[in-house]
Design a protein. Structure first.
Length: 360
């Protein structure tokens, strides 16, 4: 109960903080034409990235309400009559952009690409709504002739590079700021990097779902490979504890002996190797891994073929192997068709090519 109250108090404080930052950003300005250049987009975008679509939008809404009731926190003042100002559309765009961009960021693992995409969606909506509103007010309220091309260029495109830079910087800075905003053990931080939670679940005997495995696509590769190595060490320790035979654990993989070894594994030891080929789509590969995990596979061979994989780069192949280790933490994972030692550092037990087998 006390913890819930503290979290609610922190949330209210954060909403108030970002509403205040949006107000401060309105006064850090460089007056150019009808639309002043301010830091408002940078602060509003951070509100979206750090608070999420829901509470980020609430913080912007609080800022708008305070300005409309008369508090002079908008760039050119405040009050209800501000809705007739040409620049009010940008303020509406902040709220709508935070809503839409935050929804993009909230899906799946909040990686850099997703944060940047959400920030750019936010940026596009802000300027679309702002320019459209400005044109309508100038034409129907101020009675001025409107040149659409001039308005789009002068009050939209000319400011996009600067705010696009703010969007990229916000996407980069958000994961570094987030632990200080919510705490390192918060759900918001775990969405940035689910690996630690996955490791705890697997080491305690749990398994990952297909949907959770797909989230590993957005985890940084060095981080993912390091975690896969840790899982591999745990798997090797458990194999030693159960005193499994060396034959069942270390089947040689060679061009001439692979099929024979796989055939022998279907004998008395009861192991049935599952051969999986890398797929161009990550979700298809994960689907095969999930099916192998459900069938109780204890030996998996990732066959990249003679050419080292069809359309699969070494970078992607390492990600696939590390993902296989998360899907089948106790299985023996071998790679057929390559002897790249880098693969052994991302969860593989064997790498083979041209009759040579490299083991850990």
């Amino acid at each position: 109960m006390k913890e819930t109250t503290l979290k609610r108090t922190k949330l209210i404080a954060l909403i108030a903080l970002f509403a205040a930052l949006a107000a401060v950003g309105a006064f850090v300005k460089i007056p150019i034409g009808t639309v002043p250049v301010t830091l408002q987009f940078a602060f509003c975008n951070l509100a979206m990235l750090l608070l999420g679509w829901k509470w980020g939008t609430v913080s912007i809404a609080v800022y708008l309400v305070l300005g409309l009731v008369g508090v002079p926190i908008f760039t050119l003042g405040g009050g209800l009559g501000y809705v007739l100002q040409p620049t009010f559309g940008y303020l509406l765009g902040f709220a709508l952009g935070c809503l839409a961009g935050g929804a993009v960021c909230s899906r799946g693992v909040n990686g850099f690409a997703r944060r940047l995409c959400g920030s750019l969606v936010n940026l596009v909506i802000v300027y679309t709504v702002g320019v459209l509103y400005l044109g309508l007010i100038m034409k129907f309220h101020l009675g001025k002739d409107v040149d659409v091309a001039h308005i789009v260029v002068a009050y939209g495109l000319v400011f996009l590079p600067t705010d696009a830079l703010w969007a990229a910087l916000g996407a980069l800075a958000a994961p570094r700021i987030l632990p200080y905003v919510w705490g390192r053990d918060s759900a918001e931080v775990k969405r940035l990097d689910p690996v630690d939670g996955y490791l705890r679940r697997i080491t305690s005997g749990g398994m990952l779902t297909e949907r959770e495995l797909r989230k590993l696509r957005h985890v940084r590769l060095p981080r993912l490979c390091d975690a896969a190595r840790r899982l591999q060490c745990v798997a090797q320790a458990k194999r030693c504890q159960t005193e499994q035979s060396d034959v069942s654990l270390n089947m040689p993989l060679t061009d001439t002996g692979t099929e024979k070894s796989l055939a022998q594994s279907n004998g008395d030891d009861g192991l049935t190797p599952v051969v999986i080929a890398p797929k161009e789509k990550f979700k298809d590969f994960v689907r095969d891994l999930a099916a192998a995990a459900r069938s109780g596979a204890t030996h998996v061979v990732i066959d990249v073929g003679e050419e080292g994989g069809k359309g699969v780069s070494p970078h992607d192949l390492r990600r696939l192997i590390a993902t296989a280790r998360f899907a089948l933490p106790l299985a023996h994972i071998a790679v057929r068709g390559t002897c790249d030692r880098a693969l052994l550092r991302c969860g593989a037990d064997d790498a083979d090519r041209g009759g040579a087998s490299v083991k850990i």
